[in-house]
Design a protein around this ligand. Sequence first.
Ligand SMILES: C[S+](C)CC[C@H](N)C(=O)O
Ligand SMILES: N[C@@H](CCS)C(=O)O
Ligand SMILES: [Zn+2]
Length: 346
Amino acid sequence: MVSGSNGTTSFMTDFLQKCGGYSVVDGGFATELERHGADLNDPLWSAKCLVSSPHLVRKVHLDYLDAGANIIITASYQATIQGFEAKGFSTEEAEALLRRSVEIACEAREIYYDRCMKDSCDFTGSGRISSHPVLVAASVGSYGAYLADGSEYSGDYGDAVSLETLKEFHRRRVLILANSGADLIAFETIPNKLEAKAYAELLEEEGITIPAWFSFNSKDGINVVSGDSILECASIADSCEQVVAVGINCTAPRFIHGLILSVRKVTSKPVIIYPNSGETYNAELKKWVESTGVRDEDFVSYIGKWRDAGASLFGGCCRTTPNTIKAISRVLSNKSLPSANLNIQM
Ligand SMILES: C[S+](C)CC[C@H](N)C(=O)O
Ligand SMILES: N[C@@H](CCS)C(=O)O
Ligand SMILES: [Zn+2]
């Protein structure tokens, strides 16, 4: 894997080039586990399946690869040492589960590559598919995700939580994921500036050499969910040497266009977007309020606009499915179409 600033700088641009200019990220992971029957009403949320149903975790990764994803995000969003310990696991077991999240994603990628090899897809000498290279991104969800009360949608941790609290909370987990065999770290659903700063300082203090992306969430299209300025948050990401992409996830599609324009004002790093379906989450019930989201067709019809605004990595977050990703993949590979005609047939 890359190390040193030069390698890190070109990591994502090289990858995008290999993918043909744009890259497809996977879709909602936890919500896809739920669609397959997993009960995530648990403080560990999706990380519960690392213990109870690793085969389902692998299947969901594979479904997204089959749908055309170039980047799969591990099941570690809500996997924390503190969260596992609260469930009675030892520190060693908790750390092993974090590593396991990456192993499962890597296994899915191997199965996918083997299958493609058998189907004689276009393989390069290096054993990678030229038109469909795949990265494994180790998810790091926020401190608010660990709290399991939906606070990644408020970003309000109270005055007792300082920069140091957040750095100490994430330190060991980030170190383990950075040395787990993942290609990069996905710091996702970042709800406030303090947590972005904590991640940036951690990466630097620990001399972490694998690349990372920083992805924020918003509920008004102007600021991140805490009310902190997206410009300030994205600037923190821009200043961090290890960060190879900056963007927005788990945010309603209608806010994405304006947010891409804002992010682009403060960084020339590749912009990643993976919106949710636009539905609302009830953190108490751990359930989604249905019928308020956009249909896959509508979601994907925005892709041309988001691409024109300057994004280059596209996927989905909560309540999007392999169908959404299939449609995104199809739209992006149809390069001959002008943006206004980037329509899809589902
Ligand atoms: C992105 S939200 C839907 C994640 C779930 C939350 N941390 C919870 O445990 O309820
Ligand atoms: N990668 C996580 C993000 C939740 S906001 C998931 O898709 O479950
Ligand atoms: Zn989400």
